[in-house]
Design a protein around this ligand. Structure first.
Ligand code: SF4
Length: 247
C-alpha cells in the first residue's frame, strides 16, 4: 500500500464516511479495496461475531490466529469448531520461532511473569509481523469500550508497522458487549466455552484469570501487572482517529 499523501487523504475520507456504517460495510470495503487483506482473530470469547461477518462476505479471506503455545486447550478446540462451523477456508496458525521449551531454555521458565512484554514480543508480535509481510491490511475485533487505550480506535486507519504502512480496519469499533451478545444470540453462534465460566476476555492461559460478574471484562488479563496490551495493536497511526491528531 502506497504511503502517498493522496492515499492518506483517501483513507481519512473513507474512515470518516464509514465511521457510522454497519460493521459488514466496513469489512466489505476493506476486503474489496485493500489488495491483500486478512482478518486476525484470537478465537476468544466473542470472536465468532467478526468471523461470522467475514464468512458472509468472503470465507476465503485469510484468518490469522496467533498460536502462542500457551493457549487454553478450549481455545484451540474453539478455533477448529468455529472454522468448520463458518466454513472459513484459510485459517493460518501463526507460531513463534521459539517453541515454549526453547524459550524456557533461552530465557528461563515463567518469562510471562518476569517479563511479559518480552514474552508477548516473541510469541505474539513477531509472528504477526512476519505474517503481515504478505498483506497490505487487516481487520481485527478491536472495540472502543474495551480499554482507555482503545477508546479512539478508528474504523479505518493507516498505520506504520516497522518499515511498512498498512490499512487497519476495526469493523466492531463502535460495538458494545451487549451488541456482541445480541449478535451471537440472533445468529445462534457459540461463544468460547470459557466465556460463560467467568472469562469474558481470553488470552494465554498463564496470563488470563476469571473475573467476578460486573468487573471490567479485561481485569483478568495480566492481573496484578500494569500491562494491558500484548503489543500487537501498538502501531504508529498515520491518519487521525475521529477528533484526534495523527502522530
Ligand atoms: Fe506470554 Fe502471557 Fe503474552 Fe501469552 S499473553 S505471549 S503467555 S506474556
Amino acid at each position: 500500500m502506497s504511503g502517498t499523501s493522496a492515499s492518506l487523504i483517501d483513507l481519512a475520507d473513507t474512515g470518516s464516511r464509514l465511521e457510522g456504517a454497519p460493521a459488514e460495510d466496513i469489512l466489505q470495503w476493506a476486503i474489496s479495496s485493500v489488495p491483500r487483506f486478512a482478518v486476525s482473530s484470537s478465537f476468544g470469547a466473542d470472536s465468532a461475531v467478526l468471523l461470522h461477518l467475514l464468512a458472509q462476505i468472503d470465507p476465503s479471506v485469510p484468518v490469522l490466529f496467533i498460536d502462542t503455545g500457551f493457549h487454553f486447550p478450549e481455545t484451540i478446540a474453539y478455533r477448529h469448531q468455529i472454522a468448520e462451523l463458518l466454513g472459513l477456508i484459510d485459517v493460518r496458525d501463526l507460531r513463534p520461532d521459539l517453541s515454549v521449551a526453547a524459550q524456557g531454555r533461552l530465557h528461563g521458565g515463567g518469562l510471562y511473569v518476569r517479563d511479559p512484554d518480552l514474552c508477548c514480543a516473541i510469541r505474539k508480535v513477531a509472528p504477526l509481523d512476519a505474517a503481515l509481510a504478505d498483506f497490505d491490511g487487516w481487520a481485527s475485533g478491536l472495540r472502543r469500550e474495551q480499554t482507555i487505550d482503545r477508546a479512539d480506535t478508528p474504523v479505518i486507519q493507516l498505520v506504520r508497522r516497522g518499515e511498512r504502512e498498512l490499512v487497519k480496519a476495526a469493523p466492531l469499533a463502535r460495538w458494545t458487549g451487549e451488541d456482541l451478545t445480541d449478535y451471537l444470540r440472533r445468529h445462534d453462534l457459540p461463544r468460547h466455552p470459557l466465556a460463560d465460566a467467568g472469562y469474558p476476555s481470553i488470552g494465554c492461559a498463564p496470563c488470563t484469570r476469571p473475573v467476578a460478574t460486573g468487573d471490567d471484562p479485561r481485569a483478568g488479563r495480566w492481573a496484578g501487572q500494569s500491562k494491558t496490551e500484548c503489543g500487537i495493536h501498538l502501531e504508529l497511526p498515520l491518519i487521525p482517529a475521529p477528533g484526534g491528531e495523527a502522530s
